[in-house]
Design a protein around this ligand. Structure first.
Ligand code: MF3
Ligand code: CO
Length: 250
């Protein structure tokens, strides 16, 4: 959506703040022996306690309020009592909240206890990919400038970019036009408009870029079994710059 009124800006900010806080809360819960089912229930309660609605629940039939994707799982991990975190894992938590008809959508990859240096670097570089992308983001730029900056940063660091899933416009709906790929050429895509709201979400693999979907129709995994990380924020682009709605002081 394009923010046009103060109500639009405030609406996106509030939805973003609750989403960002839900991720901070998620981070505080992550420890060995907790199941992703427990994480889902606690984060769902948190969102509802803020007066918001968990946007993932029932979205296209999705059965939970968060996506919880461990190690070689890229995204869309359905929370389960059988998925129990252990020291050395990395877990991507993706969460969304709607309030007053406005959406926030964000994701982080967290370490479970002590993780090896390679996984830690994957998490760092994935976050850096987002920030390299938004350095290029301004009113009038092409979406492809963001996409190519993300791809360059990932590949320069020896990683690969998932292509089957992309970032997106956001606003009254969680997924709106335009698509925001994490790969491509600077000349591609539409031009960014004043007030445009986007969810930018690099999904970066330690190994090859190829993925497959599990029989449950949701879970996306790396084909080579190597770890993957995800970092996403909802942003508003105006002539004053890029405002990240879902950043909670990290
Ligand atoms: N938040 C995801 C995205 O970044 C979508 C989650 S799919 C859902 O686009 F079904 F879980 F909602
Ligand atoms: Co998203």
């Amino acid at each position: 959506m394009i923010c046009r009124t103060e109500e639009d800006f405030e609406g996106m900010r509030l939805a973003g703040r609750i989403t960002g806080e839900a991720l901070k809360y998620a981070e505080s819960l992550i420890k060995p022996n907790i199941s992703t089912f427990e994480l889902d229930k606690l984060i769902e309660k948190f969102i509802i306690s803020k007066g918001a609605i968990p946007s993932f629940l029932h979205y296209d039939g999705y059965p939970a309020s968060i996506c919880a994707s461990v190690n070689e799982m890229v995204v869309h991990g359905i929370p389960s009592k059988d998925v129990i975190l252990k020291e050395g894992d990395i877990i991507s938590i993706d969460v969304g909240a709607i309030i007053n008809g406005y959406n926030g959508d964000a994701a982080r990859t967290f370490a479970v206890g002590k993780i090896d240096a390679e996984k830690a670097r994957l998490i760092d570089v994935t976050k850096q990919c987002f920030f390299e992308g938004i350095k290029k983001l301004s009113v009038g730029c092409k979406i492809g400038e963001v996409s190519s900056a993300i791809q360059n940063h990932a590949e320069t660091n020896g990683y690969s970019v998932v292509r089957e899933l992309v970032g997106h416009g956001i606003g009254h709906d969680m997924h709106e036009a335009p698509e925001v790929p994490n790969f491509g050429l600077p000349t591609q895509g539409i031009r960014v408009k004043d007030g445009m709201c986007l969810a930018i979400e690099p999904m970066i693999n330690m190994g090859k870029r190829y993925v497959f979907i599990k029989e449950d129709g949701w879970g996306v995994y790396t084909q080579d079994g190597k770890p993957s990380a995800h970092y996403e924020n909802t942003v508003i682009v105006t002539s004053k710059g890029v405002e990240i709605t879902t950043l909670c002081e990290d």
